[in-house]
Write a protein of this length. Structure first.
Length: 40
């Protein structure tokens, strides 16, 4: 679309730095996904 988009994040709870509610995985190790390009 030629129209600009706006993304607004409005959390309902404050972020707890000592006990975060997220986890992150290495993209090239533990995820069963092939990251190679399909177009060449």
């Amino acid at each position: 679309s030629p129209e600009p988009a706006l993304v607004v994040n409005v959390p309902t709870e404050p972020y707890r730095y000592d006990d975060p509610d997220e986890y992150r995985l290495e993209p090239h190790g533990t995820l069963p996904y092939d990251w190679t390009r399909k177009d060449g």
